[in-house]
Write a protein that binds this ligand. Structure first.
Ligand SMILES: *Cc1c(COP(=O)(O)O)cnc(C)c1O
Length: 359
């Protein structure tokens, strides 16, 4: 039986995606590769119906953090002053990246369990000190879906550009592409898009590429270079060829299944079934369920079972779950319902939860 990954990426692949990744050898300087590259780039814009005159998608090799670091280090001009909203591991990672690249920034810190305090964000933006805001859309630390539409409205009001870590939401949650403040989102192939790890992307306004940092802060991660070459049916470095082959198939499946809205509904249904089952065994969610993304819910570890017992019991039955991060490891565990999870897998999961949790 194939293992079912309930960690927040990489995900369980469909058989067709797994095959597409290794089906044929492809040279990245041949026309077949550039046709694939064009199709994947256009397909990424189509998922959210982004206007191709305004938006572009830039592919690069690496994990989600590569996309995040490329977005921040390239698209924040040398004189940018960044406000970072932190309410988890990934928000803090944004600050770390800004710090490493010498980007002038200030963080609005929160406890990891807390929602964004918009009054504080608004007060800081009102000082007029900040040209850009960066935040995480779905903060995978807790499963919280941050209200980025509200953040985008504040950015419009105060004339700031908004950059988002949409790594664990792109393909399954609403993203404010319509907001004039929103300029870029970082994403990866191996989460809600159901592709393989090693390929990531930045979806951004063409105007942001034009205003990118000059001189560049990085060689490999400088998005204008990737975007210019990809626009010319070329590539600056060896691309993640197999990652593109897999993503092409995965995006075909996403479209056939009804696009991001259908994926959102599917994830929500699965996550709610898991939460419902766990509630019957006395296991509570860490947040009010209305605060969760559809991608991942976090649960309080019950007093009578260790994480190891839960993890090993589920793994033995074919399901891999995820611990809490850092200081939350002792308090919670996480279950994501991304990936190619069938009705049959779900029935087996409910049986496994019963076996592990029922009193
Ligand atoms: C997964 C994830 C990332 C990227 O992590 P990698 O290990 O680099 O793929 C970034 N932000 C969020 C919110 C994530 O969930």
């Amino acid at each position: 039986m194939r293992p079912i990954l309930l960690n927040p990426g990489p995900v369980s692949l469909s058989e067709a995606v797994r095959k597409a990744a290794v089906n044929s050898d492809l040279c990245h300087r041949e026309p077949e590769f550039f046709a694939l590259q064009d199709r994947v780039r256009a397909g990424l814009l189509d998922i959210y119906a982004c206007d191709r005159a305004e938006w572009t998608s830039v592919l690069l090799g690496g994990s989600g953090t590569t996309a995040l670091e490329a977005m921040l280090s390239s698209l924040l001009p040398r004189d940018a002053r960044l406000l970072v909203v932190e309410n988890g591991v990934y928000g803090e990672r944004i600050s770390r990246i800004a710090d490493i690249h010498g980007i002038e920034f200030q963080a609005v810190e929160h406890q990891w369990m807390d929602a964004i305090d918009f009054d504080r964000v608004a007060a800081l933006l009102a000082t007029g000190q900040f040209t850009h805001v960066a935040a995480v859309h779905h903060e995978t630390t807790t499963g919280r879906l941050n209200d980025v539409s509200r953040l985008a409205e504040l950015c419009v009001e105060h004339g700031a550009g908004l950059l988002l870590d949409t790594v664990s939401s792109f393909g399954a949650e609403a993203i404010p592409f319509d907001s004039p403040a929103f300029i870029a989102g970082a994403a990866t192939a191996n989460k809600c898009l159901h592709g393989i790890p090693g390929l990531c992307m930045v979806i951004c306004r063409k105007s942001a590429i034009e205003q990118a940092a000059e001189p560049p802060r990085s060689l490999y991660m400088h998005l204008p270079l990737w975007s210019e070459k990809q626009d010319q049916a070329s590539t600056p470095f060896t691309p993640a060829v197999n990652g593109l082959q897999a993503l092409d198939q995965a995006m075909k499946e996403l479209a056939e299944q009804g696009g991001w809205q259908a994926r959102h509904a599917r994830y929500r249904k699965l996550a709610d079934r898991v939460a419902g089952a766990l509630q019957r065994y006395g296991v509570e969610t860490m947040l009010d369920p209305a605060e969760f993304s559809c991608v991942l819910y976090s649960y309080r570890l019950p007093a009578n079972r260790s994480y190891k017992t839960i993890h090993d019991g589920l793994k033995q039955r074919g399901f891999v779950i995820y611990a809490g991060q850092d200081k939350l490891a002792a308090e919670m565990f996480r279950i994501s319902t991304m990936g190619d999870i069938t009705h049959y897998d779900m029935e087996r999961l409910l049986a496994a939860l019963y076996a592990v949790f029922a009193p």
